[in-house]
Design a protein. Structure first.
Length: 381
């Protein structure tokens, strides 16, 4: 019952109620009909002839009258009973059908409301407005939901503003710290011991890591304001990303292979799509095996484009495949720190994919490597 829609619940409840009512009336009318039929038979067979009541029957038919009349009464009873139950069934079926269509029409505002809710995204919260031409109950629900959406929008705006302001405020002191550390490294320090050298290296590493984190947070806070109406040629964009990451791949002797051929066009943000590909390929290089390979392909299928980024690393455990896109999540924390990751790369990728109306998933993962599949509509954004 829980899995049935509201329309079917109303239909079944109405049909059961009408069926119960019809059955009760049928039993009551059948009992009354049988009673009066029996009374009629008794009145005819046992009536004393009078001036007011007299039935003239030929003498030849008098002996045959009682058996024939009783048979006729029994047949009438059967026909009456069968007809009443048939009428009950027809009324129940008819009422169920009528209720189904009437309830479907009555629930149209609720379906419309549900469809409008499904279209709400983080970036279009302020665009929702309650419909005025509705019955009072749905109108009150719609206005309440609109007020909730506005509160959520205000909360998201405040959070984004805070993230942006905090990232901006962190950039200046971090830049000063990095500049001072680089200046200190350039100056000769013959008396510096091993512990101080190690401390300076750790400070430089963590400062660079904080700078990357602040940069990523700033990008995420400003992402919703970026226009996504560029005509992007994915093949050329993939070539650019692979060229920019080739020095990183060469250090680990990893081959970068592009399998995208021909012109693959996509509507979206050139900046965001570059960041999407860059993060996926960078992760594929970072967590790959020495001497491995990274393959990137893009294929247009009907009204969508599928991008595949495949590495030859050690794979992702099945238990972590659902949570790998969460902020600051790492499959192997020690390796992530060793390679300089901040734990926001895939979170940023998923955010970009969602802004373009697409999906991202792990197509396959095992000892032979991992394949990320990104599916974007050609007319994204």
């Amino acid at each position: 019952m829980k899995r049935l829609s509201l329309q079917w619940r109303l239909t079944l409840m109405t049909a059961v109620l009408i069926a119960a009512t019809c059955i009760f009336l049928n039993l009551a009318l059948s009992r009354a009909g049988m009673f009066y039929m029996d009374k009629l038979g008794q009145a005819i067979f046992h009536q004393t002839p009078t001036a007011d009541f007299m039935i003239s029957i030929p003498d030849a038919d008098v002996e045959q009258l009682p058996p024939d009349f009783e048979i006729q009464i029994d047949d009438t009873k059967k026909i009456f009973t069968l007809s009443s139950w048939l009428i009950t069934l027809l009324i129940t079926l008819a009422s169920g059908c009528i209720t189904y269509f009437v309830s479907g029409y009555a629930l149209r505002p609720l379906r419309s409301f549900s469809g409008r809710i499904a279209q709400i995204q983080a970036e279009n919260l302020t665009q929702y407005q309650a419909e005025e031409q509705q019955i009072p109950e749905f109108q009150a629900l719609s206005h309440s939901f609109e007020a909730m959406v506005r509160r959520l929008s205000d909360a998201f705006s405040s959070l984004q503003e805070f993230n942006g302001n905090a990232a901006h405020e962190f950039r200046t002191p971090l830049a000063m710290m990095q500049a001072q550390l680089e200046l200190y490294e350039e100056m000769p320090h013959p008396d510096m011991d091993a512990e101080t050298v190690e401390l300076l290296a750790m400070l430089k590493e963590q400062t660079e890591r904080l700078s990357k984190l602040v940069k990523t947070l700033l990008e995420m806070s400003e992402m919703n304001t970026i226009e996504r109406a560029d005509a992007v040629e994915l093949t050329a964009l993939i070539e650019e990303v692979l060229a920019d990451l080739s020095p990183m791949a060469e250090k680990r002797q990893i081959s970068l292979l592009q399998e995208a051929t021909g012109e693959v066009l996509l509507q979206g943000s050139d900046i965001l799509l570059y960041r999407l590909l860059f993060n996926l390929v960078e992760n594929a290089i970072r967590y790959n095996k020495e001497g491995g390979a990274v393959r990137v392909s893009a294929e247009e299928r009907a009204d969508t484009v599928e991008i595949l980024v495949q590495d030859t690393g050690s794979g992702i455990p099945e238990a972590d495949r659902e949570t790998i896109f969460q902020p600051f999540f790492r499959v192997d924390k020690s390796r992530s720190r060793a390679y300089g990751g901040v734990g926001l790369g895939l979170t940023l990728v998923r955010k970009i994919v969602e802004l373009h109306g697409g999906t991202i998933r792990i197509a396959e993962s095992g000892e032979g490597g991992t394949t990320f599949a990104v599916c974007l509509p050609c007319g994204a954004a």
